[in-house]
Design a protein around this ligand. Structure first.
Ligand code: DHB
Length: 309
């Protein structure tokens, strides 16, 4: 079976969408909930609705995509209402993603969630790379400690943290030390690799309008970085903190690799954009075939069991 769980939250399938891709409207979210996926993640919300950055702001390439969306979303009220109405049916979880533009905006949204009837997982996105003039919070370890200290002062529901990719092993040590101080349900690694640049040699131009063309990378570009982050964090985080593996998943084999590195659940972003909800059927089938060949009957049979040489 492809069932998985994060603490007490059960997922009827290990596959979820990643925040940002085909998950901004209730129609899109409902379509994911009705699919083979084990639940849905909502587009990262800000306190008020936002238009986001100017277009073109996303471009597909043969190896993935680059985006500088700038958090276009319908605002927290919209996603919180959907989450309240759809939470936890048939082991299909709704994960509510929030991405405030400041510490205060994040705390304001957490207060609103605390005061609501939503009792599922909230994903605090500390890694959006596309807001002009803002830096990615999770590259500032003291800022992460500060926001989590303030959040856990009043927030009693379950929280996951969406992290950016780290590239130095000392960064893995530092972020794990901070996160291990708190009762976090999970971390989600990785968000896009921020501020890549795709160049079109024919037009001699960048391909995105915002930020001079710089944008977050997803797809094949990011898989080895994602696997390193899942593995690096699994080796450092306390066992009570689960891991969602995100980055470069487009086949059953990619999911298998993420789980070997320690992922409890996985999310699919770029490839879900290319393929829509039928991707959850295809990848489930591919993963089951790999497991059958190897004689594995549950994900626990190989989770985190990556061998070293
Ligand atoms: C956006 C992109 C991200 O990678 C993210 O984590 C949040 C928001 C965006 O530009 O909308």
């Amino acid at each position: 079976s492809l069932k998985a769980n994060i603490g007490k939250y059960r997922f009827n399938n290990v596959l979820l969408n990643a925040a940002g891709i085909r998950c901004a409207t209730t129609d899109e979210l409902t379509k994911i909930l009705r699919s083979t996926a084990g639940g849905c993640v909502t587009k990262s919300a800000t306190p008020q609705p936002r238009e986001g950055n100017e277009s073109p702001r996303m471009k597909a390439t043969p190896l993935g995509c680059i985006n500088s969306m700038g958090l276009p979303n319908h605002g927290l009220d919209y996603y919180l209402k959907f989450a309240e109405e759809n939470q936890g049916k048939n082991d299909n979880q709704v994960i509510l993603s929030i991405a405030g533009l400041s510490v205060d905006q994040n705390l304001e949204m957490l207060h609103q969630i605390q005061d609501s009837s939503f009792d599922g997982l909230t994903e605090l996105n500390l890694s959006c790379p596309n807001i002009k003039g803002e830096s990615q919070i999770a590259y500032d370890f003291e800022a992460v400690r500060d926001i989590l200290t303030k959040a856990f002062d009043f927030f009693t529901k379950d929280i996951g943290i969406k992290l950016p990719p780290y590239f130095d092993l000392h960064q893995f040590d530092q972020i794990a030390d901070v996160l291990n101080e708190f009762p976090i349900a999970y971390v989600n690694s990785i968000n896009s690799i921020g501020n890549g640049l795709i160049v079109n040699p024919e037009t001699e131009s960048v391909v995105l309008k915002p930020k001079g063309g710089f944008g977050g990378l997803g797809g094949d570009y990011v898989k080895p970085t994602a696997l390193a982050n899942v593995r690096g964090l699994r080796l450092r985080l306390k066992p009570e903190i689960a891991i969602i593996g995100t980055g470069g998943i487009k086949s059953g084999r990619d999911v298998f690799e993420h789980i070997l590195c320690g992922a409890n659940v996985v999310q699919i972003g770029t490839a879900f954009g290319f393929e829509d909800v039928k991707i959850f059927d295809r990848i489930s089938k591919e993963l089951k075939e790999i497991m059958a060949e190897k004689g594995y009957t549950s994900l626990d049979d190989f989770r985190g069991k990556l061998k070293t040489l």
